[in-house]
Write a new protein. Structure first.
Length: 131
């Protein structure tokens, strides 16, 4: 256990096996966009805000690789480690701390309550703007 794990308030979300291999699971929050949990082939679990920095696409619907996820809208690849878009694309999305304890996935309660809640929610379709 890392030292900063001792001061965090962890929230149990699901079991690792509840996230499909090379897939995702969305975690709803009371404010802001959901958080997306991703599981790669090595059974590593990562968490990002479920919002691409480009046009707000739902990352949870993207293609999961060992180190990131490709947005389903425009194929931007977002890295799990830092939430940054792969060059030549630019931008980032918040990364959430994940802890696995006996197969149970936990997220940091403070991050869930605050990170990314100020970002606008994506609006799909032509009626997303004032007509």
């Amino acid at each position: 256990m890392k030292m900063n794990d001792l001061v965090r308030d962890w929230v149990a979300i699901c079991r690792v096996e509840d996230i499909p291999v090379l897939g995702s699971r969305r975690v709803a929050r009371s404010q802001g966009a959901p958080v997306a949990l991703f599981r790669n082939q090595a059974d590593e679990v990562h968490a990002l805000l479920d919002r691409c920095p480009h046009k707000g696409g739902p990352l949870s619907q993207g293609i999961v690789t060992a180190t990131g996820v490709a947005c389903p809208l425009h194929n931007w690849t977002i890295g799990f480690a830092d939430g940054c878009a792969q060059a030549p694309d630019e931008g980032s999305t918040p990364v959430f701390a994940v802890r696995i304890d006996n197969g149970q996935v936990h997220l940091d309660a403070a991050q869930l309550a605050t990170d990314g809640i100020d970002l606008p929610m994506p609006v799909a379709g032509p009626c997303g703007r004032k007509c």
